[in-house]
Design a protein around this ligand. Sequence first.
Ligand code: KIV
Length: 266
Amino acid sequence: MARITIPDILRKKEEGKKIIMLTAYDYPFAKIVDEAGMDIVLVGDSLGMVVQGRDTTLSVTMEEMLYHTRMVTSAVKNALVIADMPFLSNQMGVSETIKNAGRFLKEARAAGVKLEGGVMVADQIRALVRAEIPVMAHVGMTPQSIHRFGGYKVQGKEKRTALKILEDATAVEEAGAFAVVLEAVPMAVARSITGRLKIPTIGIGAGAHCDGQVLVLYDLLGLFEKFMPKFAKQYANLRTTASQAIRRYKEEVESGKFPTKDESYP
Ligand code: KIV
């Protein structure tokens, strides 16, 4: 199977085919995600919460993102790999943004970066695109703005805030982003934005009318229970499966059932 490219992603919107994106943070899961046929694997800064156990994504560093992106690109053979720009890696001017984003392509072999924000990051997006660094934007409920929002709350419920999200989405398209994530916005708002933009919208908590969907892998697998938003559908409960396996191992060592001759060298 040929590797998925940005033109392939754009074509999917034109052809009315859904774009499927999922996060991954390490080699074994990235391999499973890629082999399941995802279009895009996102190394999300959500790893700050689901892997590192923090309450927000704000403490995630460039070095940590690069470390995880390298693991993911070692595994992924088909999907487009996009790496998240962590908090403050794109807020300190255009040249700092290009330097940081470029590291994901040069050192970690990602195909592009994702960054949060709309109108406020349009200059950075323009500069990245000029530097041949593909950008996925992210508007609506942007987790790096948690303190301004006062929590992980749905955005765009009132006309004024819905129009602001539309303005942000339009600004990132004009700046050259190849796609935009819409997070936690009412489905009617996401539908209207999706109809107005030429670039694909990828929704998370934004309803069925987006051009694609994204979920956090650990939510989908039931491995993260600290914070479970309404949109985070659990397709499995790996926490229970893992816990049962580990408890059985403990019991078998205690009872002498493990290891047997089969698990020992003669
Ligand atoms: O960090 C992340 O995983 C994300 C997705 C939820 C879109 O930004």
